[in-house]
Each structure stands twice: as C-alpha cells, then as structure tokens.
Design a protein. Structure first.
Length: 262
C-alpha cells in the first residue's frame, strides 16, 4: 500500500486552515498513487497552543471527522489524522483512521504522555493496541512517545500489526528517535512503521521533521528533511512476508523468561 506522510505543523490554532492543508495534501497523495495519508501529532489543531487544545477538542464523531471523511472519499484514500479528542470532561491526544469510503475505522488515545505539557492537558488512554484492516494489511495506531517503549510496539507485533502509524511531535535534540530508534523498532518487530513528525518552531518547542516509513529490514523507504513536505513510499506485503520468514523473532521468543518485565 502506497503511504503518504504529511510532514507539516499545519496552521496552529486554526482547524479550518488545517482541514484545507489536509485536503490539498490528500489531492497530491492521491495523484502519487497513495492509498493512505498520515498526518503529524495534533495536526488538526496544532500542538503548542496551550489551553486552546481543550477549547478546540472534538469528539471522535465531530465536525472535523465528517470533513475528513468527505476529503477521504473525494480523493479515494484513507486518512489517519491526529487531534485532541473530547469525551465528556476529558481530553485525549488521539489519532483516528478513516477509510477511503469515509468510514471511521479506528480511534486510538495516546497511552504514554510526554512531559508536563501533555500531562497538564490530556488524560492518558488505556488501550495499547488499536487496529484496523486496509487493503489486506493490518494497520495499527500509536502516537509519538508510545513508540519509544519497546513493549508497546512488541504488543502490536504479537497482535499481527503489519503497518504501524505513528503521528509524532518529536523535539530537538531527540532526532535520533527518527533516525535510529524507529528503523530498529521496525526490524525487531518485523513491521512497517510510518513515523510522521511536525516541523519547525512552535512556541517553546522545536520539531525536527525527519518523518520516515521504516521497513521490516530496518531500512527507511523514504525520509523527509527539516521542512514541510509530503513524502511517499510503499508498504509491500510481499517484502514483509519474506522478511518475517527470514527473521523469526516472534517465533523464537521465550516469554517464560520475561516475567520481570511486568
């Protein structure tokens, strides 16, 4: 499945403008043959917008979800977008996957919140593995800091995730996560990982870009730079099957030895 990574911080504070940016990116992604478009973390509203995160938060079936479903249908591709999700009095840092037919397939709430900023504004999610099926691939959802916990990604591997989507807001000076950690996670868990970052300065935060689609052989199939851009690469199920046969990490595990992990 050809996958497009939208490395962009959009227009922080403006849902309307970010929906326009997403629609334009969807048109370019579809023209490049992509069947899936993935945004950065909190793309819908912006990340460093303080208490406006709560003001702009929407339910999973809110107006923005309807608008993005229309975009997905019109351009004929699935969209995974990250947004602040309101559920009653609680706000979650979430990512929702919408099919090319405009159906809401899956919604994931970030389980590992990073730093005081996120803990002050969000409630942590409690469900580690959220998946959906697209074009014969099992697609999993995760957000930023979540991918830095090896147990988290291994849980997806054990559940059969083929392509893990990770909207992120990776900060300077932690670019080694995009450059090294993510390709290693893809290799050790035998899956594709689409890691899609924000870019540039937002308030006190400097985002480093370097979005990538890492393959199960540990090689980046595409790598963005430090500016806003749309990059595209394929998640190939044939390569994935061959790689899993040659690297049987999951089959060779000895879970009885790992009890101390929990």
């Amino acid at each position: 499945m050809r996958t497009a990574l939208l490395q962009s911080s959009g227009r922080p504070g403006s849902v309307v403008e970010n929906l326009k940016v997403l629609d334009e990116a969807a048109a370019r992604a579809a023209a490049a043959g992509a069947g899936l478009l993935v945004t950065s973390e909190l793309f819908l509203t912006g990340y460093a917008i303080g208490d406006d995160l709560g003001r702009l938060a929407e339910p999973a079936d809110g107006d923005a979800a309807d608008a993005i479903a229309e975009t997905a249908t019109r351009h004929g591709l699935a969209v995974a977008y990250s947004y602040p999700e309101r559920d009653g009095e609680r706000v979650f840092n979430s990512v929702q996957l919408i099919s090319a037919a405009g159906t809401r397939l899956a919604n994931y709430r970030k389980t590992h919140l990073y730093g005081c900023f996120e803990r002050d504004h969000f409630t942590p999610g409690e469900r580690a593995v959220v998946q959906a099926e697209i074009d014969g691939l099992t697609v999993g959802l995760m957000i930023c800091y979540d991918v830095e916990f090896p147990e988290n990604v291994r849980s997806h591997a054990l559940a059969g995730t083929d392509l893990l989507l990770v909207p992120t807001a990776q900060l300077h000076p932690f670019q080694f996560v995009a450059e090294s950690v993510v390709p290693v996670r893809a290799f050790e868990n035998q899956m594709y990982i689409a890691y899609v970052n924000r870019v540039g300065q937002e308030g006190e935060f400097e985002f480093v870009g370097l979005s990538t689609l890492a393959a199960p052989d540990g090689v980046a199939r595409t790598r963005a730079g430090r500016t806003e851009e749309l990059v595209v690469a394929d998640a190939d199920p044939v390569l994935l099957a061959a790689s899993r046969e040659n690297n049987p990490y999951l089959a060779d595990r000895r879970p009885g030895l790992y009890g101390s992990l929990v």
